[in-house]
Design a protein around this ligand. Sequence first.
Ligand code: GLN
Length: 466
Amino acid sequence: MESQIHAIHQQLMKKEITCTKLIQRRLDLLKPNTHNTVNALLDEMALDLASKVDAKIENGETIGLLEGIPFGIKDVFMVQGTYTTASSDLLKKYKSPYTATAIQKLLNAGAIPLVKENCDSFGHGSSSENTIFGAVKNAVNTDLVAGGSSGGSAVNVAKNYTVFSIGGDTGGSVRQPAGYNKIFGLKPTYGRISRFGLMAYASSTDCVGPIAKSIEDIRIVLNVMSGKDVKDLTTYESKEISEENILNTNEIKTVGYFKNFIQNKAINPKIKADFLASIEKIKASGIEVIALDFFESETLVSTYYTLAMAETASNLSRLDGTNYGNRIEGKNLKDTYSITRSENFSEETKRRIVGGNQVLSQGFSDEIYLKGLNLRDQISESFEKDFKEVAIILSPVTPNTAPKIGDSLKDPLAMYLSDAFTVGFSLGQLPTLTIPQGTETGIQITGAKNNDELVLKFANFLKDII
Ligand code: GLN
């Protein structure tokens, strides 16, 4: 699929459609909420912005590439004056007092937000069933989950309800639902896009990520959101990625994949066979492919969940009904905290808070948390070594296809293991992209830190190869 952003931009400029009509049509598609993707429609704001774009076009002014382009926002991003619920009871009535940097940059470029999108509560999940707004339904088959945690965002893009959506990816939440719904989803290098105004899940791996139907649209949105932000000191200045650069695809000579991912007995045989067939096609195109050694996926999943739970327990401690959240009064202050949190957090979120506090507590933290940190360092070193040998690492996005709605809730451990192929790259803070090709749930293309351009370039190359 070619760039929708360019196509709509042309239509607006040539006055083939008014911005108001464009926005109204998309709002009409979102309103019935057929796939449970909508937490809140931003209809008033969107139509108001659209009329301003129309006035500019009427005046003969030129408009920017993103001006008037409708997009969606996962409901964990602050947008001033809108509800930001994190799909939770606790924040059901919470209104953002400010706007996230990444979203503000899109607003400054003229893009029009339509919807706050359903997701797993606080990003906790891989299926978008851990939500008070009802399980998000897969865009291709409504009996299946949408994937998570940015499930609503992926489905809205896949169904053409939004042109692009902005998700958050801590351990796979953009890439995995992109794979389950057959579209593109990028987790950029950690720090490339500011996290300011994205509700914190696990701060050391939280990333803002675009979801779209073409590599070109991912590139455009990524460029707009990137850059240093004084409000997030982990951000860095990055070079803009040009269209020409990512179209010139013949510089990649060597790629790798992890042998043990493919040999793992938990992988679906068809995903394995399709992935290996893609590898053969890549080899046939003249690229050298190296089978690499890596940590067992069970180790990656345990390391990720140890650290993610510790960080989320700490980050969510501020949600006690005092400054934020739906306060429920108890007999005394302690009781109030306890009832507010017990009644308003979901089972999955409570599991993570309890687990996180356990791994951080005296007597356990050396054994578990520090060990997790140590493993994470080893994982990063292993990536550094690999990227001396190969330019790109390829892997399936998921070991299995999307489960039926209801199944993941019955077996949280199986759900955690479904993140086996995405969490390692998060721990390494690497740029990694899901493309809807190669296997039923896509292929993940990963580059070295700050090599986001190379990732997009290789995605363009693979378009014609597999
Ligand atoms: N499924 C993973 C988790 O539940 C990743 C979620 C995310 O990236 N927000 O932690």
